[in-house]
Design a binder for this molecule. Structure first.
Ligand code: SF4
Ligand code: SF4
Length: 332
């Protein structure tokens, strides 16, 4: 086993030290079962997770639950849904106590007087045409007005096969409203025609993602290694899938032998009792899962495996830095 100091020069070692202190323990919370959109391919609705549990409506139950989550060691709350901004009081319960990230479709503005520095990630599924097909409207027209220039907000751009050749246009639109963007790939959970990836399309999208990262480094929050891993499903000599996935709810994880995984990770339903299998769809086929956070975490939890060469370990650091920036544990 090589040592970290033998792998890194002074400047890379400083970057490593900055992230090695973080010790992030995240969990994911369904804030509500409702949404003001119904996107084709939404894993939450397509897998019936919106019916898995009845929403807890008593705000004091949320407060008590968050206390018990903190006792469990959680130090990053990732709020999803449904659409969390339909329940600002529940968001506030988290935000008062924990570093909080709110995933939203951006159609309702999070009031910044109430949540001055909460991280917000706005979902975007393509240009006007593809957003209309998949989400029933051009969500960017509304979300970009709500969040223009907001320094605690970025777009989470889910790229679909029809976006090939158009990614740069979308990135420029985001840059022009003064926001940043992180990219991931659609897993076509509802089998929408023309939205399932082929190998050739995955190779092409990797090139496009690399290209926009080179051209717009102040707008795109990413790393080329992340692009490689998410488009090939390969990390070092291993393949992504159920046996490797780090983002499985810990108490439900009966894999034996267990892989490297997110410690204490749970994805909670909105009754605050039910647990979902993983960070994404209960019914999704792991062999075609393209979830960006799961792939990113896969790299992050496998630090030692990347300590075989300087290049591999630097790529690991870049992915970790990307994650830390997305949740503002380190500055952009
Ligand atoms: S906005 Fe998000 S939660 Fe709502 S339907 Fe679309 S993908 Fe699902
Ligand atoms: S669907 Fe994706 S995130 Fe969920 S367990 Fe399978 S590989 Fe992991």
């Amino acid at each position: 086993m090589k040592t970290i100091s033998s792998l890194l020069d002074e400047s890379w070692y400083a970057r490593y030290k900055r992230i090695s202190r973080l010790n992030i323990r995240s969990s994911i919370y369904d804030v509500t079962n409702r949404c003001n959109l119904r996107c084709k391919g939404c894993f939450f609705f397509s897998s019936g997770e919106h019916e898995a549990a009845k929403e807890e409506n008593d705000i004091s139950a949320w407060d008590n639950f968050i206390d018990s989550e903190m006792d469990r060691g959680v130090n990053l709350a990732i709020l999803i849904g449904g659409e969390p901004t339909l329940c600002l009081d529940r968001i506030e319960s988290f935000y008062k106590k924990l570093p909080t990230f709110c995933a939203t479709n951006g159609q309702i503005k999070v009031p910044r007087d109430r949540f001055p520095d909460m991280m917000v990630g706005i979902s975007l599924w393509g240009d006007e045409k593809d957003e209309s097909i998949l989400r029933g409207k051009d969500t960017f027209a509304v979300s970009s007005k709500n969040y223009e220039g907001d320094k605690y907000t970025y777009y989470l751009y889910t790229i679909t096969p029809p976006q090939l050749g158009k990614i740069e246009t979308v990135i420029k639109k985001i840059r022009d409203v003064g926001l940043r963007v992180h990219m991931q790939l659609l897993s076509n959970d509802e089998g929408v025609d023309g939205f399932t990836w082929t190998e050739a399309e995955l190779a092409a999208v990797r090139d496009e993602m690399d290209d926009v990262l080179d051209k717009y480094p102040d707008t795109v929050v990413s790393s080329k290694y992340y692009h490689e891993v998410i488009t090939t499903g390969k990390m070092l000599d291993r393949s992504f899938g159920w046996l490797e996935c780090p983002s499985v709810t810990e108490p439900l994880d009966k894999r034996n032998p267990g892989p490297k995984r997110l410690i204490r990770f749970i994805r909670w339903a909105s009754d605050l009792k039910t647990m979902h299998r993983c960070c994404t769809s209960e019914t999704r086929d792991c062999t075609t899962c393209k979830d960006g956070a799961a792939h990113m975490s896969w790299v992050m939890v496998n630090k030692r495996a990347h300590m075989r060469t300087t290049e591999d370990f630097q790529k690991w650091i870049e992915v970790y830095e990307m994650f830390a920036k997305l949740y503002q544990f380190i500055p952009w």
